[in-house]
Design a protein around this ligand. Structure first.
Ligand code: KNH
Length: 164
């Protein structure tokens, strides 16, 4: 029981850290850059560009805030349920859920307060202009990736146990 509580705490602390970092970086961008301003960090690869998105990834569903509120609340409830129920299982799960929770709440705050999300990380991956994103998006994607890795590890372990 103690172990589970500790892992749960790590998930929530991680989520809070992501939310603080996400909101701080967005605040700094809004305070110091006009929309469209771009600061090259690594020429032709990484820029800090002030951008707003009223949609989801790749700007889909522009302005559909109610849809985003509902989906985000479902995502948040599902993540908290999984943290409460499964985070006792150590490994990557606690970190994955914490990162996803922080990312979801980070963008949710923007949508509720401003009906748009502040984006500023602009990268050109192999000269493809990847959509401009933010810390919350990165945290969500890293969380999804860690969740996937944990699932692959679990399935391999189950196969091994099955063979013994
Ligand atoms: C990361 C999910 C997007 C994030 O979802 C959220 O908030 C969640 C909690 C709530 C949404 C309403 C529902 C999920 C929609 C799923 C989705 O969209 C498919 C995603 C696939 C994913 C593969 C894993 C691609 C990733 C892309 C990007 C992230 O690159 C690092 C580009 C981000 C830029 O387009 C940027 O303008 C987006 C803006 O910041 C608003 N962000 C959101 O809507």
């Amino acid at each position: 029981m103690v172990g589970g509580t500790y892992v749960r705490l790590v998930s929530y602390i991680l989520a809070i850290a992501v939310i603080c970092l996400d909101q701080l970086t967005k605040w700094l961008v809004v305070q110091n850059l006009e929309i469209g301003d771009s600061i090259p960090v690594i020429e032709n690869f990484f820029y800090i560009t002030s951008h707003r998105n009223e949609g989801a990834a790749w700007g889909i569903l522009q302005g559909q805030m109610w849809f985003f509120y509902i989906v985000t609340l479902v995502v948040i409830v599902a993540i908290v349920y999984y943290i409460q129920k499964f985070a006792a299982k150590a490994g990557l799960l606690g970190a994955a859920l914490g990162l996803m929770l922080g990312g979801a709440i980070g963008n949710f705050i923007d949508r509720v307060l401003h009906q748009e999300v502040v984006d500023f990380v602009q990268t050109f991956i192999f000269s493809y202009n990847f959509p401009i994103f933010n810390i919350a998006d990165s945290s969500l994607c890293i969380g999804v990736a860690l969740l996937f890795i944990q699932m692959v590890i679990d399935s391999k372990n189950e196969k091994k146990e099955g063979q013994i």
